[in-house]
Design a protein around this ligand. Structure first.
Ligand code: EPZ
Length: 422
């Protein structure tokens, strides 16, 4: 993919049909890191073909693992892992590389990981990761932008209380606790479905984790040598699913997403219904359609099971075309409204006050050149182009490729007039 590649989409269109979502990016990245604990060849299925997964694979290879891909299946052999260092050039590409910190200290008692920087949506600090790991016996020093972790007295079970239910901090503490001596209790843990997926894989490797999905996770430490490789299937991507459902809500649909557990999207489904959509769901599918005017609603992004911040931009787009005024409040990240300024260039009427966005519905949007600021904003801008008047050209689409497998292909399948152009 060239840096100059853009997505060109024709407006005034309707999305309808069925699309299968890929495996969850925000689970698969951590499952790959967790394979370090298996000390052999673990097999992951339903791994999405996205650039963030390529970077995480490079991180594992940099540590000495071998990674083989066959479509959506990945075999990661960590038997020969010797290095404990994750270099800056990889961490700077993808800050989620910090997820190797927990498994490296669990396996080797040490790690040297480049400090992740911030990104467009916020500072993305890791203080809670460090506080939690210190409670488990990890000691940190920092030199030249690298975090050095070591465990002079080994890892020991502890009561870890997170001041915020951070997804990444929960995951790093969870993976470190698996081999700590004694029992660990993580309080105020993140409850995202991807945490449950990670806990299931750790248990399949011989770990003893309970309570994942609730705010209190218990881990009974086991000896490292008792852990073994496993075979695991990544859960469906709830954010990708929600993105396509918004496409159905925007254009009328019906759009069906398959390969997703509807229980992961309770809040988003509730909001779609509140905005006038008809949403039906089965065991592994959800259908969204609309045949009445979009109604305004208020949205507060919160940790799961609250409204997901990763669907905020997509719903702000919906609100921008509703018959009335909506308030969107972003409580998770400090700078996740840049999408609003791009949408305003298409004719949306949005006023930002601190972490609130007042969205006054307009009758239509106009296609133009817009630029992605993060992967969710980019995905939402493409959806905006599908309903806008005329042609929209979305730039900076490398953000989209980080987290959406074949986004253009799937939208084309649903009837969009869309293409990637260099
Ligand atoms: C994960 O990021 C996801 N990324 C994000 O998805 C998602 O938006 C986020 O969870 C919340 O659901 C991956 O899983 C790779 P956090 P993470 O730790 O783990 C602050 C996407 O679009 N914080 O729950 O980094 C932090 O700055 C991405 O797919 C601290 O201050 O999220 C943020 O404001 C975007 N100190 C808030 O907490 C810490 O030590 C939530 O962060 C940790 C976090």
């Amino acid at each position: 993919m060239s840096e100059k590649e853009i997505i060109v989409v024709e407006g005034n269109n309707v999305l309808s049909g069925e699309v299968r979502v890929s495996g969850a990016k925000n689970s698969a990245l951590k499952l790959i890191a967790a394979s370090l604990l298996g000390q052999g060849a673990s097999t992951l299925h339903n791994v999405p073909l996205i650039s963030d997964i390529v970077v995480m694979s490079e991180v594992l290879e940099c540590l000495g693992a071998t990674v083989e891909r066959d479509g959506h299946t990945m075999v990661i052999d960590t038997a020969q892992v010797t290095s404990r260092e994750t270099p800056y050039e990889l961490v700077s590409k993808m800050r989620a590389s910090i997820s190797v910190l927990g498994p490296l200290v669990a396996r080797f008692g040490q790690a040297r990981v480049a400090m992740p920087g911030g990104c467009q949506i916020g500072a993305r600090k890791i203080d809670m990761h460090l506080v939690g790991l210190e409670a488990l016996g990890v000691e940190f020093t920092v030199d030249h932008g690298y975090l050095n972790a070591h465990t002079p007295n080994g890892l020991h079970g502890a009561d870890v209380t997170l001041e915020f239910p951070s997804v990444g901090a929960t995951e790093n503490c969870l993976m470190a606790a698996v081999t700590a001596h004694g029992t660990t209790c993580i309080e105020n843990a993140a409850r995202e479905p991807e945490i449950v997926d990670l806990a299931n894989m750790l248990n399949a490797m011989g770990g003893k984790v309970s309570g994942a999905g609730s705010s209190i996770i218990q881990v009974e430490g086991v000896p490292l040598e008792s852990l073994h490789p496993c075979e695991h299937t990544t859960v469906g991507d709830r954010i990708e699913a929600g993105t396509f459902l918004v496409g159905g809500a925007l254009t009328g649909g019906p759009v069906t997403v398959r390969g997703i557990d509807p229980s992961y999207l309770h809040m988003a489904i509730m909001k779609l219904r509140a905005m006038g959509c008809c949403v039906e769901a089965g065991e592994d599918w959800i259908t969204c359609s609309r045949n009445q005017p979009l109604q305004p609603t208020d949205i507060q992004t919160l940790p799961h099971p609250g409204f997901p911040t990763d669907l905020q931009a997509q719903f702000m787009l919906l609100c921008s075309l509703a018959h009335g005024t909506s308030m969107v409040t972003e409580n998770v990240f400090e700078n996740r409204f840049m999408f609003a300024s791009e949408l305003a260039r298409m004719g949306a009427d949005i006023t930002i006050e601190d972490h609130h966005a007042l969205v006054r519905g307009v009758n239509d949007l106009q296609g133009t050149d817009v630029s992605s600021t993060d992967l969710r904003a980019g995905a939402a801008l493409v959806l905006a182009g599908i309903v806008a008047e005329g042609e929209t050209r979305v730039h900076n689409i490398k953000h989209i490729d980080r987290g959406y497998e074949d986004y253009v292909g799937k939208l084309d399948l649903l009837g969009a007039d869309i293409e990637r152009v260099t």
